[in-house]
Design a binder for this molecule. Structure first.
Ligand code: HEC
Ligand code: HEC
Length: 271
């Protein structure tokens, strides 16, 4: 049995192996993980630099090179320090910015930037000062809301939004030639961001006014509203049951009169 004992390892071998493994793992970790961190940081600062360059070309003429704003002269824009990434994502994503010309209102129009460019612009503006972040998908996706949640969303909508946007969300006029636009066809993300940032005449609804869950309920309600087929077959701009009832009355009566005339004519012929 000399053969076997010769192959027996030194008692310290196991400990050495373990130490070696620890050193290797630790080494790999120390090489890989800070590198990842550095890569993430450079990715972020690169995105901010890209955003800054885009901003200088497309936005600075009104908002100033550092987003400090321009509040005198013919071309004006408010300061953007602290408006947050959500405001940029909303304003640029809905084509409101860059504003074509100074005017009464910044209307929704064709968006000029790619998603990456919008993300870069948003990152740059967010780097100027803390503000609301772009919401995550689970914040605004109304999937899984119960009927009760949707009813609550309807209630919240009627209390907080319908004064300007109308009960059917189809928009309405405001003083001084301004208006609140229709909410039909607005993406869930932009719905959420509008509440977060309050564009123009619209109030901001911070989380203490409407919790994230309540915002999601409103979004669910609006999705539900927009997916409803038109019950009566008449599009009356959602003017309400009164005018729809009126039309039912007029049309129904019209049919009745036509039928009476037809019967009378038949009766006259039969005589
Ligand atoms: C022609 C001038 C002009 C240009 C160019 C312009 N803006 Fe604006 N921007 C404005 C004005 C004016 C407002 C304020 C609108 C209002 O409230 O009536 C505004 C508002 C905003 C807001 C909303 C601020 C808030 O308080 O929520 C953001 C965000 C914004 N702009 C981002 C941008 C970005 C990003 C660009 C470039 C892609 C840009 N703007 C280009 C004039 C401009
Ligand atoms: C005081 C009036 C007012 C109230 C209250 C109000 N809004 Fe608005 N809303 C506006 C105006 C004005 C605009 C247009 C701003 C612009 O064009 O930049 C707007 C724009 C929007 C938009 C952008 C639509 C688009 O076409 O991109 C959304 C979404 C929106 N509102 C949702 C809401 C919701 C949800 C509520 C309730 C929680 C609400 N608003 C409450 C006045 C109001």
């Amino acid at each position: 049995m000399r053969f076997l004992s010769a192959r027996r390892r030194h008692p310290a071998a196991k400990v050495l192996m373990l130490l070696f493994a620890l050193v290797v793992v630790g080494g790999i970790y120390s090489v890989v993980s800070p590198a990842d961190q550095v890569a993430a940081d450079t990715g972020k600062s690169q995105q901010i630099a890209e955003g800054k360059a885009l901003f200088a070309v497309g936005c600075a003429s009104c908002h100033g090179l550092q987003g400090e704003g321009q509040v005198s002269g013919t071309i004006q824009g408010p300061p953007l320090i602290g408006v947050g990434a959500a405001a940029v994502d909303f304003q640029v994503g809905t084509g409101r910015m860059p504003m074509a010309q100074p005017g009464q209102q910044a209307p929704r129009k064709k968006n000029l930037y790619t998603d990456e460019e919008i993300a870069a612009l948003a990152a740059y503006v967010a780097s100027l000062g803390p503000g609301p972040d772009i919401p995550a998908e689970e914040d605004y996706n109304p999937e899984g809301l119960s009927d009760e949640d949707l009813a609550r969303g309807g209630e919240l909508f009627r209390t907080n939004c319908s004064a300007c946007h109308n009960f059917a969300g189809s928009g309405g006029a405001l003083p001084n030639g301004k208006y609140a636009p229709t909410l039909e066809g607005v993406s869930n993300r932009h719905l959420y961001e509008a509440m977060q940032t309050g564009p123009q005449q619209m109030p901001v609804f911070p989380d203490r006014a409407l919790t994230p869950e309540e915002k999601r309920q409103i979004i669910g309600y609006l999705n539900h509203l927009n997916s409803q087929p038109n019950a009566g077959g008449f599009t009356l701009g959602g003017l309400g049951p009164v005018s729809e009832g009126f039309w039912a009355w007029v049309v129904g009566l019209g049919v009745l009169i036509a039928f009476t005339v037809w019967i009378t004519a038949k009766g006259a012929r039969a005589k």
